[in-house]
Write a protein that binds this ligand. Structure first.
Ligand code: FAD
Ligand code: EPU
Length: 357
């Protein structure tokens, strides 16, 4: 480091700057978009007691951010607040009878690893959620869902540490207020808790297979499976996902960038009159869910590249980093996409991805 004045104060400043740089953590390996941003402080948490002790000792620090697998965040800038990386592991059966079992899982466990473990034990309920990236602790945050199933259907309870006080809190499934890509933790509870473990209630026999999603049936037919079990459903889902979604280890992305918009049924039916092929999924309370991927494709974005970023060629809902993109570039593309969908259809699409900071 070159210092012109060489005064003691200046040396001190330089030494502090060098030490700070040394303590900083590049977050590029920690987010599936593969975006470079630096965290001023990066703390790996291996168990709930360690976390609580840390919070009590450093009770004056800025509100930290909790990081799982980084598969649903967009880094817009360097982070001045501490980042707590969830490494809490462990999975065990804590209760069972002849029909069902409750499994308790450390928040830092890999979600798909958990699905495979459950399949091995013959536990059913999360096979449709195979291959979703990220951690078990993040799963209730947006109520992960895919191929006709949401974690809401099997979530039993959540244990979390309140970041402001270090207090341990238990949430029942209903306390979590799970909805489509939504929960208490994305609203009143936003940024306030570190989920340390979750409990799921899974079936041991007479599994209720969920085959309503057309692609699953087609894949089972293709492979000649007439009497599927939970492993066959998991294999079908894995195959479908691999054929549609970009692998984040090859091309940076965070899955669906936007949520599917929910609009009044009346409005959806009016749009359907203009675009008869528009997918429309009726919801309770005179509402309808539209397919954001379809809306974006109709605006001509699918497969389009703008600099280092683009809209994926097989799934328009997925924005990708071709390499070297910044969070701001991704966000600029997302903003343009949102504006053209609003202009063409009069429908707002909101991001599913969490913007950091
Ligand atoms: P992160 O990205 O690390 O964090 C996401 C948010 O949750 C952040 O706000 C973070 O602060 C918060 N958070 C994380 N862990 C905790 C914790 N322990 N306590 C408190 N807050 C926490 N999602 C689906 O629902 N369905 C899909 O089909 C699906 N497919 C995907 C496919 C691909 C290729 C990719 C890249 C993503 C996909 N996703 C999908 C999105 C993502 O995998 C999920 O949202 C996942 O649950 C995020 O987990 P994570 O550990 O990576 O969370
Ligand atoms: N569609 C298009 N063009 C596209 C993409 C989709 O026309 O480019 C149409 C499809 O033809 C279909 C409809 O949109 O008629 C729905 O498409 P798809 O079944 O692929 O699902 P999606 O609504 O695009 C949602 C989730 C995914 C989840 C899949 C499977 C959201 C925001 N996304 O995508 O979750 O894996 O269903 O259940 O709800 C994620 O959250 O990150 C994610 C990947």
């Amino acid at each position: 480091m070159y210092c012109k004045q060489q005064s003691p104060n200046c040396w001190r400043t330089c030494i502090f700057a060098a030490l700070k740089l040394f303590a900083m953590q590049n977050l590029r390996p920690y987010n599936t978009f593969g975006i470079e941003a630096w965290a001023a402080s990066f703390i790996e948490i291996n168990d709930a007691t360690e976390l609580r002790r840390y919070l009590v000792k450093h009770n004056k620090h800025a509100q930290p951010l909790v990081l799982g697998g980084g598969s649903n965040i967009l880094l817009m800038d360097d982070l001045q607040v501490p980042v707590f990386k969830n490494n809490i592991l462990g999975k065990k059966i804590v209760w069972e009878d002849a029909d069902a079992a409750i499994v308790e899982v450390g928040g830092g466990e890999n979600w798909h690893g958990l699905v495979l473990w459950c399949l091995e034990l013959g536990l059913g309920g999360i096979e449709n959620l195979s291959l979703i990236p990220g951690t078990a602790g993040a799963a209730p945050i947006q109520n992960i869902g895919a191929y006709g199933v949401e974690i809401k259907e099997v979530l039993h309870s959540v244990e979390a540490v309140e970041l402001a006080s270090g207090r341990l809190r238990q949430f029942s499934a209903s306390d979590c207020r799970l909805g489509y890509r939504d929960s208490f933790f994305k609203n009143e509870g936003k940024g306030r808790f570190f989920i340390t473990s979750i409990q799921l209630k899974l079936s041991k026999r007479d599994h209720r297979l969920r085959l309503d999603y057309g692609d699953i049936r087609r894949r089972l037919e293709e492979t000649g499976i007439t009497h599927p079990d939970i492993c066959a459903v998991s294999e079908a889902v894995t195959h479908i996902r691999q054929s549609k979604l970009p692998d984040p280890t090859r091309m940076g992305n965070a899955g669906s960038f936007f949520k599917n918009p929910i609009v009044p049924l009346e409005k959806a039916l009016r749009l359907r009159e203009l675009w008869p092929n528009m997918p429309l999924y009726e919801q309770p309370n005179q509402q309808a869910k539209l397919a954001a991927g379809w809306l974006i494709e109709q605006c001509g974005w699918k497969g389009k590249r703008v600099g280092n970023v683009g809209c994926h060629e097989k799934q328009a809902l997925v924005l990708v980093n071709y390499g070297g993109a910044t969070g701001r570039e991704v966000w600029a593309l997302a903003t343009d996409i949102g504006a053209s969908v609003a202009q063409k259809f009069g429908v707002e699409i909101a991001p599913e991805v969490n913007l950091w900071p």
